[in-house]
Design a protein around this ligand. Structure first.
Ligand SMILES: CC(C)(COP(=O)(O)OP(=O)(O)OC[C@H]1O[C@@H](n2cnc3c(N)ncnc32)[C@H](O)[C@@H]1OP(=O)(O)O)[C@@H](O)C(=O)NCCC(=O)NCCS
Length: 178
């Protein structure tokens, strides 16, 4: 019987060819976890660090799948905590590439919290992270280009490209990271 979760008959994975562009959808990831007492802080909310770890790990999956290499987190550009999360809620981390440079990859992240008994969902965190793909000698290595599948994706990539350029320009002007 066919698995409802994955295609058992899919073609074998081909060796990575970094000249072949990939779309955003090819590597997008969704990760969920039920928040438990051990995830909480002194106020009874879920500890921010628990969510940060989930975000970093889930976003790294996207970067690894796109680059076919191990990656390191080079930067967390933004981590906006919009609303608290409570024990007993299901945290879901949605990650997709925003932009790909020569060896770096920017991943956009949205996190929701769901009350599983009622299905009520709210957005709790928004973030974007930069990873760098590494070869076996731990040197940055080139990654495949990112191919927009439609106009929306084209705009997402272009917005990220412009944002990265502006950040770089401001840092050059200031002579330090912002
Ligand atoms: C990230 C790291 C590999 C960059 O090394 P580096 O010698 O500066 O590499 P390069 O100058 O060749 O830059 C490689 C790419 O990373 C990008 N980059 C490097 N530092 C960055 C930063 N702080 N923010 C955003 N992008 C960064 C560069 O713009 C470049 O992108 P491109 O190839 O797409 O143009 C290095 O600083 C490192 O190993 N940091 C520690 C990472 C780590 O331990 N993370 C936590 C655990 S995973």
């Amino acid at each position: 019987m066919q698995s409802p979760f994955w295609n058992q008959n899919r073609a074998p994975v081909q060796p990575a060819d970094i000249t072949i562009p990939k779309t955003i959808a090819e590597t997008a990831s969704v990760t969920s976890r039920l928040m438990e007492v051990l995830d909480s802080n002194n106020h009874g909310n879920v500890h921010g660090g628990v969510i940060m770890r989930m975000v970093d790990e889930s976003a790294a999956i996207v970067a690894i799948k796109h680059s076919h290499h191990g990656v390191v987190t080079a930067r967390i550009d933004r981590m906006d905590f919009i609303a608290p999360v409570f024990v007993g809620e299901v945290v879901t981390v949605y990650c997709a590439l925003n932009y790909v440079g020569r060896t770096s990859l920017e991943v956009g992240v949205e996190v929701t919290a769901e009350k599983p008994r009622t299905g009520e969902v709210r957005k709790v965190v928004s973030s974007q992270l930069v990873f760098v793909a590494m070869d076996d000698q731990r040197h940055p290595i080139n990654v495949p280009p990112l191919l927009p599948a439609n106009d929306d994706e084209g705009q997402r990539i272009e917005r990220a490209r412009v944002r990265r350029k502006r950040i770089k320009r401001i840092e050059e002007e200031l002579g330090e990271p912002i």
